[in-house]
Design a protein around this ligand. Structure first.
Ligand code: ZN
Length: 413
């Protein structure tokens, strides 16, 4: 088992930020750009790990917040780490929990994907919901969405949890703001995220030495700064060159609420400021049209719950856009979900069968639809990687978007 983490850039676009590379982790390599499916609670809902491997997933991303609440980091440590616990033979990521304590806790989950044109406030919570998380300069105190018990996350606690969970790539604890927060609040949150980043490096170094018998875990810093150019660039410059306890970040996550219209601009500011030789992950983005924007602006990996979440309600991707397979037009449609798809579902089942399963509320409906949607998104980013290698990314993008009907979607669990 290799103890090293590495990122090798194989090809960069002559003009622009897009590149093709390989991330090496103790549990295997990831050819980038790559889409990383989300298995929030150490499972991609309704799908076997073998099926995720077969459809081309190179890695999976789980969630520190959810796994902390259940079954708890000590149990994962005892089980030999996340990958072994869930029988996933490949690399894993964990999200730090910063987004989750602030979104699930505060109850503004749905607000994060909204546009920046509506009101601004620092007390954004979903209508009539109790505020369940309180941020201070040292960390976040929050109420569990499961049983109402009180908990506290700090930079150190997040690192301790993620070390016990044992994913190959872990993220620094950050304060995730919404597009609705005021500018002074965004500045305050960014200062906190900066301080927490230093504390994450220190604690990560300590834990890495203390647990030197465990596979190496790479720590990614998270870039905040909302929709402000100066804040995004400052965060990227600060974290990009940050060093503490003699270590630096191994890579970076681009976090925070991202307005769909300015996604490319914001990611471009960040990635042109961050060091070029380290991998960049765009958190919670996974709609097809957004993946193109991310790749052309230098994103190496993505994660998003969208593909599996919408699959469970019957929404499936096709070459011409999203359809709901449970709808009447598909009752007698004996073709596959998508003629161009090579997934297990499309090779073996018809739209009519899927329609029947959804209408009958059969469990297999979720499994087959999720396999298709995850293959569609994983395969799309794989095709982007190949197009970058072949030098025809622009043509491939135009051809795809010419047929595809856009739908919005920033989604984290
Ligand atoms: Zn398919």
């Amino acid at each position: 088992m290799s103890s090293k983490f590495a990122f090798e850039i194989k090809q960069s676009a002559e003009n622009g930020l897009a590149r093709v590379g390989t991330i090496s982790t103790p549990h295997g390599d990831i050819q980038t750009p790559a889409f990383i499916p989300v298995g929030t609670k150490a499972t991609v809902k309704s799908v076997l790990p073998e099926a995720m491997k077969e459809l081309g997933s190179q890695a999976l991303l789980a969630n520190a917040y959810h796994l902390y609440l259940q079954p708890g980091p000590d149990l994962l440590d005892e089980a030999g780490g996340l990958a072994k616990f869930m029988n996933w033979n490949g690399p894993t990521f964990t999200d730090s929990g910063g987004f989750q304590v602030l979104s699930l806790g505060v109850g503004f989950k749905k607000v994060l994907a909204m546009d920046a044109k509506t009101f601004r406030s620092d007390q954004v919570i979903a209508g009539n919901k109790e505020r369940l998380a309180h941020v201070d300069d040292d960390g976040v105190t929050f109420k569990s969405h499961l049983d109402g018990s009180m908990h506290r996350f700090t930079a150190e606690i997040s690192m301790q949890i993620q070390h016990k969970i044992g994913a190959d790539i872990i993220f620094a604890f950050d304060e995730c703001t919404t597009l609705h927060n005021t500018r002074p609040y965004q500045e305050l949150a960014m200062e906190r995220t900066y301080d927490w980043a230093i504390r994450c490096l220190d604690e990560h170094k300590r834990l890495t030495e203390q647990r030197s018998d465990k596979p190496y875990q790479a720590l990614f810093g998270v870039i905040q700064g909302a929709q402000y150019e100066d804040l995004r660039k400052k965060a990227a410059a600060d974290l990009g060159t940050m060093s503490s306890s003699g270590i630096e970040f191994d890579g970076f996550g681009i976090g925070g609420a991202l307005d769909k219209d300015s996604l490319g601009t914001i990611v471009g500011w960040v990635n042109s400021t961050l060091p070029q030789d380290k991998p960049k992950h765009l958190l919670g983005i996974g709609a097809p049209e957004d993946l193109f924007v991310g790749v052309e602006n230098g994103v190496d990996t993505f994660d998003c719950v969208l593909a599996s979440r919408i699959a469970r309600s019957g929404a499936v991707y096709t070459s011409t856009g999203r359809i709901n397979i449970a709808n009447a037009p598909y009752i007698r449609d004996f073709g596959p979900i998508d003629e161009n798809c090579d997934c297990y579902t499309c090779k073996n089942f018809t739209r009519a069968y899927l329609c029947h399963l959804f209408r009958g509320k059969e469990m297999l409906a979720a499994t087959l639809a999720t396999i298709h949607n995850e293959r569609y998104i994983v395969g799309l980013v794989d095709r982007m990687r190949q197009a970058l290698l072949d030098g025809d990314f622009k043509e491939m993008k135009e051809e795809f978007l010419g047929r595809y009907t856009h739908r919005s979607g920033q989604s984290r669990d």
